[in-house]
Design a protein around this ligand. Structure first.
Ligand SMILES: [Zn+2]
Length: 141
């Protein structure tokens, strides 16, 4: 009974997707953080953020413009993939090098042969030459 009522409510609407779930979970985390910090300016800020996230999540769930919501979902998924990729890169960098190396060098992979390369940081745009295959490419240091 409740199930069909719910299904009728969501008929022709976007419904729950991973982006809306992410918004709701983030809003809940912000609410919990608000309870922990309590009353302060940061708490009020967190309360407003969590409220806005919840409103946006509701708007997405009940939106009839499914095409537009799908585009948002695709952008969100691309963003998540990018974050995972960067996170993975950061983790492997930390695993393979010490902090001093990371602060002073930038690490690359040669686009032609996959050789790992490093250049000193802070030299602006530089022409990197691969030590293994001789491939040259521009990169920011
Ligand atoms: Zn190479």
């Amino acid at each position: 009974m409740l199930r069909t009522l719910w299904d009728n409510l969501l008929r022709g609407r976007n419904g729950f997707d991973s982006f809306s779930r992410f918004l709701i979970v983030t809003a809940l985390v912000a609410m919990i953080a608000d309870m922990i910090v309590g009353g302060s300016v940061l708490g009020q800020f967190l309360r407003i953020i969590s409220l806005l996230l919840l409103l946006y999540a509701c708007f997405r769930v009940f939106s009839c413009n499914i095409a537009a919501r799908q585009r948002e979902l695709i952008r969100f998924n691309i963003f998540v993939r990018e974050c995972r990729y960067r996170y993975g890169k950061a983790v492997s960098l930390l695993r393979n090098h010490n902090i001093k190396e990371i602060l002073h060098f930038k690490y690359f992979t040669c686009p032609a042969c996959g050789q790992k390369l490093r250049v000193p940081r802070g030299k602006g745009k530089i022409n990197v030459r691969c030590s293994r295959c001789g491939e040259r490419f521009l990169s920011r240091s």
